[in-house]
Design a protein around this ligand. Structure first.
Ligand code: AMP
Length: 192
């Protein structure tokens, strides 16, 4: 929603990896075992993908990162990549959601493999004509989600302080609300 509103591409490393997994490329095969286990894909792989996405013409006027960076190493490499290009981050948005709500949201998530649309069995059920073909992401199984949360706490949560220390505006928002409310808050803090 934000990418569309701002007219810039979304660079979502998870989406790029899932495309590679679906296409059965070497990258996909390499990434898949980490993803299915709820582990992080190694930094050098991720950084190669982001570097390529940032060079694309579409990203010349800016981009939104989704699911990236996830480690301090990735964040440091991103700073180097951007400054080599005389660019910088405008802001960081941290959506805060209690662990139990994350588990409920992710374990109920279903994706339509044909359109890419994302649904939730309870909050946003797929329409009857597509429901049968919708699938659950292997890493959205409850046990894997709980593991991903522990990886998040250990590896990704420290990024909030990293960016605060680096002087990048960090906006912590309550993500445990309706999509439209969260979206309008994001636009408000970004002033766009
Ligand atoms: P996501 O769709 O952002 O939840 O990502 C799904 C999975 O892809 C993660 O659990 C990781 O295995 C992998 N992944 C996505 N982005 C990254 C990243 N920036 N660093 C490491 N692994 C990632």
């Amino acid at each position: 929603m934000l990418a569309e509103h701002l007219g810039v591409p979304k660079i979502a490393t998870g989406d790029i990896l899932r495309l590679a997994v679906g296409a059965g490329t070497k990258l996909g095969l390499e990434a898949r075992r980490f993803m299915d286990a709820g582990e992080l894909v190694p930094d050098d792989v991720i950084l190669g993908l982001v570097h390529e996405a940032l060079q694309a013409d579409a990203a010349r006027g800016g981009a939104i990162f989704d699911g990236f960076p996830r480690t301090v190493g990735q964040a440091e490499a991103l700073q180097r990549m951007l400054s080599a290009d005389h660019r910088s981050l405008d802001a960081v948005v941290a959506l805060e959601v209690p662990a139990d709500a994350v588990v409920e949201r992710m374990s109920g998530r279903r994706t339509d493999p044909v359109t890419g649309a994302v649904y939730h069995v309870r909050y946003n059920p797929p329409p009857p004509d597509v429901a049968d073909r919708c699938v659950q992401r292997p890493d959205d199984l409850e046990e894997t989600v709980r593991h991903r949360l522990s990886v998040y706490d250990a590896m990704t949560a420290p990024l909030v302080k990293f960016y605060e220390d680096a002087g990048v505006p960090v906006h912590r928002l309550d993500g445990d609300r309706a999509i439209d409310e969260v979206q309008s808050d994001i636009r408000a803090v970004l002033g766009r």
